[in-house]
Design a protein around this ligand. Structure first.
Ligand code: AMP
Length: 462
C-alpha cells in the first residue's frame, strides 16, 4: 500500500483516492516574472517523479498546474521595462515551459493560466460576498477570517498569527482582521484590470486563482495538492478557507504534499535573496539527468544544500549507473542463462516499490538499484550471465527510468553507421590503424562519432 505524508494531519497515511484508482492532483505553478531557478527545478522535478510513480503503480493521475500570470511582481517588472504585464508573463511562461522540457518534466496534463479563468474567479468572489464571508474596503474585497472557524488547520496557526507570514501579505489598515487576505484588488490608475457587471474593475488576489481553476477542473474536492513548504502559509491555508466556505464541503484536498527547500549555505534559494542559479545556466554545465539524480538523493520533504561539490558527487555516482547500462549493452558471452536472474530482478523490483511506497523514499530506492548493480557487475565480471539475461536487466532498468529519468538516452543509430563501427573495431583488432582512422573519419562525416570507453565503444551523435 502506498503511503504519503499528509501535511494536513502531520501523519503518514495510506493513499486512498476519492475515486478508486483515479487521482486528481494539483501543484502550484510559478509566478512568471523572471527565469526559473534551481529551487523551482527541485520542486517540479520531485513532483514529476511522484506523478510518474503514481502512474507506474496504476493510478490514472491527472496532473494540473496553474500559471500565475498576473501579480504585483509581474506588474512591477512590466513597469521597469516600460512594457505591459502580458509581454512579461508570456515571455517567462515560455522560458519556464522550455526549462521544464529540458528537465524532462513532462508529466503535467494541463497548465492553466490565471487570466484564462477570470469568469470562474469572479464567480467565486461573488459567492463569497453573497454568503457573507467577503467584505469590501477601499482597495478590494477581502476574506473575513473571523467567519472561518477552522482557519490554520493546515499550517497549525491561528488567524491572529497570520501577520508573521512570510510572503505576499495584503496590507490595508481598514482590514477587519490582521490576516484577512485580498480576493479581488481594485485597479489603481495604469494597472491592468478586468471589468464585469458584478464587481468593481480590478484583478484577482493571489490565492483565488487556484481554487477557481481546481473547482473548474476537479470540482470542490480532490485528492492531492502539492507545492513548496513556503506555500503552506498563507497560500494553501487561504485556498482551504476560500473553497470550503464556498462549497461547504470538507476537506478541499485529501492529501497535502510539500517539498523542502533547495538552499545555498542553509538559506532558501530565492530571487529576492539573490542567491539563485537559473535552470538554463546550470544545464549548460550539468545535464538534466544529473540534476534529477541530485534531487532523488534526498527525500522530497527535506532540504538540499546546493553546492558545486554536491552536484559533482551526484555526477560521479550517476556515471557509475550509466557505465553499468553501457556494460550491459556491450556484453557478449556464450554463457547459458543464469537461473537466478529472474528472482534477482523480482526482488529488486519489490524493494524498489517498497521504498517508493513509503512516501516516495527515493534515496532508499537508489540504494536498492546500486546494490543490484553491484551484484550484476560481479556476475558480468565472472561471465556468469548470458546476453539474454543482460537484455532482461536492461529492460527492467528502463522501466525504473520511466519514473526517475536519469539514464543516458539510447540514440537510434542507423544500421550503416553500426556496420562502419563494427568494421573499425575489426580493423583495430587487426592493428590496421590506418583503416580504423579512415572509418572513424567516415563515421564523423555522417554525423556520429565513436567514444572508446573502458567498457567498449559507444556510438554518439555529433
Ligand atoms: P513561485 O514562483 O515563487 O511561486 O514558486 C513556484 C514553486 O517553486 C512553489 O511551489 C515554491 O514553493 C517552489 N520554490 C520556490 N523556491 C524554492 C526553493 N528554493 N526550493 C524548493 N522549492 C522552491
Amino acid at each position: 500500500m502506498l503511503k504519503v505524508y499528509n501535511t494536513l494531519t502531520r501523519k503518514l497515511e495510506n493513499l486512498k483516492p476519492i475515486n478508486d484508482k483515479k487521482i486528481n492532483l494539483f501543484v502550484c505553478g510559478p509566478t512568471v516574472y523572471d527565469f526559473s531557478h534551481l529551487g523551482h527545478a527541485k520542486t517540479y522535478i520531485q513532483f514529476d517523479i511522484i506523478v510518474k510513480y503514481l502512474r507506474y503503480k496504476g493510478y490514472k493521475t491527472f496532473y494540473l498546474q496553474n500559471i500565475t500570470d498576473i501579480d504585483d511582481k509581474i506588474i512591477k517588472k512590466a513597469n521597469e521595462e516600460n512594457t505591459d504585464w502580458k509581454t512579461i508573463s508570456r515571455r517567462y511562461e515560455q522560458t519556464y515551459l522550455e526549462d521544464m522540457k529540458n528537465l524532462d518534466v513532462n508529466s503535467v496534463n494541463k497548465y492553466a493560466r490565471a487570466t484564462d479563468h477570470i469568469p470562474q474567479i469572479i464567480s467565486q468572489v461573488k459567492r463569497l460576498i453573497k454568503k457573507g464571508y467577503a467584505y469590501k474596503i477601499s482597495d478590494g474585497y477581502y476574506f473575513d477570517l473571523s467567519k472561518f472557524k477552522e482557519y490554520g488547520k493546515l499550517a497549525k496557526r491561528k488567524s491572529q498569527e497570520a501577520e508573521d507570514s512570510v510572503s505576499r501579505i495584503d496590507e490595508n489598515p481598514e482590514k477587519k482582521n490582521k490576516g484577512d487576505f485580498c480576493l479581488w484588488k481594485f485597479s489603481k490608475p495604469g494597472d491592468p484590470f478586468w471589468q464585469s457587471k458584478e464587481l468593481i474593475k480590478g484583478r484577482p488576489g493571489w490565492h483565488i486563482e487556484d481554487t477557481a481553476i481546481t473547482e473548474k477542473e476537479f470540482g470542490p474536492q480532490y485528492d492531492i495538492h502539492g507545492g513548496g513548504l513556503d506555500l503552506i502559509f498563507p497560500h494553501h491555508e487561504a485556498e482551504i478557507v476560500q473553497m470550503e466556505s464556498i462549497s461547504g464541503k470538507k476537506p478541499l484536498v485529501k492529501y497535502w504534499l510539500h517539498t523542502g527547500f533547495l538552499q545555498i549555505k542553509k538559506e532558501k534559494m530565492s530571487k529576492s535573496l539573490g542567491n539563485f542559479f537559473t535552470i538554463r545556466d546550470v544545464i549548460k554545465k550539468y545535464n538534466k539527468n544529473i540534476l534529477r539524480f541530485l534531487f532523488l538523493q534526498t527525500h522530497y520533504r527535506k532540504p538540499i544544500d546546493f553546492s558545486e561539490e554536491a552536484i559533482e558527487q551526484a555526477k560521479n555516482s550517476l556515471q557509475k549507473l550509466n557505465e553499468f547500462i553501457l556494460k550491459l549493452k556491450n556484453y557478449k558471452s556464450r554463457s547459458t542463462n543464469n537461473k537466478k536472474i529472474n528472482s534477482m530482478i523480482e526482488k529488486t523490483k519489490n524493494d524498489f516499490e517498497k521504498s517508493m511506497d513509503e512516501d516516495f523514499e527515493t534515496p532508499k530506492a537508489l540504494t536498492v538499484l546500486f546494490e543490484f548493480m553491484k551484484e550484476i557487475n560481479k556476475l558480468i565480471a565472472e561471465k556468469k550471465i548470458s546476453t539474454k539475461d543482460t537484455k532482461k536487466i536492461k529492460n527492467f532498468m528502463n522501466k525504473i527510468n520511466e519514473v526517475f529519468g536519469i539514464l543516458d538516452e539510447e540514440i537510434k543509430v542507423p544500421e550503416e553507421i553500426k556496420e562502419l563501427a563494427e568494421k573499425r573495431e575489426q580493423a583495430r583488432k587487426n592493428k590496421d590503424f590506418k583503416l580504423a582512422d579512415g572509418l572513424r573519419e567516415k563515421i564523423k562525416s555522417l554525423g556520429y562519432y565513436i567514444d572508446d570507453t573502458k567498457d567498449g565503444m559507444v556510438i554518439k551523435k555529433l
